[in-house]
Design a protein around this ligand. Structure first.
Ligand SMILES: C[S@@+](CC[C@H](N)C(=O)[O-])C[C@H]1O[C@@H](n2cnc3c(N)ncnc32)[C@H](O)[C@@H]1O
Length: 217
């Protein structure tokens, strides 16, 4: 059963997130997990000439790739984040556009060697609508990689999420959680040739791990 995303309300939520998450002094960095220096790096993308980060937020991962000579493009729902990150990383050649990812991809005619999301739009968008659009935005053989927290056992599908605690203005969005095998099935159904989803353990026993999913078009 699809959930009723409200793009305007979600935009307001992510604008509020931008005010606290964006730090002007933060340096470029690329990490798939929530633990700095833990897990694989940008090598999961292969050696792309061009990338698209969906839900790129602060843009630090794009900035890292731009420093390696990659043509780095990003999309984010929050106009505030796009303004902050866009201004911050433009001198490195990073290009960030504002848009809701389903609408943006449907209108975009470019193709990328790699599309990726780090706790980004792939977590907050219905995969049955997103994955076919990502597949079409890749060059033949291109890669799609995303990371996010693993599902809480028994809690699968769209999950409602309030922003910033349980008092005050009701701002919420939806994020999507499935078991690794289900992510793989959703990707192959969307036309990807191969798909692999795994949970990487946290650096400390008993802490929250990271789901990392890779697919090839
Ligand atoms: C948790 S943040 C993480 C982003 C990034 N990895 C970073 O380092 O900042 C998620 C981002 O996804 C964006 N986002 C959420 N839903 C989106 C959508 N439907 N289309 C585009 N961007 C979206 C939000 O605006 C937010 O900046």
């Amino acid at each position: 059963m699809p959930v009723p995303h409200d793009v305007l309300a979600e935009t307001e939520l992510w604008d509020a997130f931008a005010e606290s998450a964006f730090k002007a002094e933060a340096e470029p960095s690329f990490c798939w997990t929530q633990y700095a220096g833990h897990g694989p790096g940008a090598e999961l993308l292969g050696s792309p000439g061009s990338v698209l980060e969906i839900g790129c937020g602060t843009g630090r991962a794009l900035a890292h790739l731009a420093q390696q000579g990659v043509k780095a493009n990003g999309v984010d729902l929050s106009p505030r984040m796009v303004q902050l990150a866009g201004d911050r990383w433009a001198p490195l050649g990073v290009r960030i556009e504002q848009g809701e990812i389903l609408e943006w991809l449907a209108a975009d005619e470019s193709q990328y060697d790699a599309v990726y999301s780090i706790f980004g739009a792939a977590w907050f968008t219905d995969p049955s609508r997103l994955f076919p659009l990502v597949r079409e935005s890749l060059v033949p053989g291109g890669v799609f990689v995303f990371s996010q927290p693993p599902a809480i056992p028994g809690a699968y599908g769209p999950q409602g999420m309030y922003k910033g605690g349980f008092a005050g203005k009701a701002m919420f969005t939806y994020r999507y959680s499935y078991r690794p095998a289900v992510w793989e099935r959703l990707l192959t159904r969307a036309g990807f040739a191969t798909a692999k989803a795994e949970v990487l353990e946290a650096p400390k026993h008993g802490h929250i791990g990271t789901l990392i999913v890779s697919a090839r078009g």
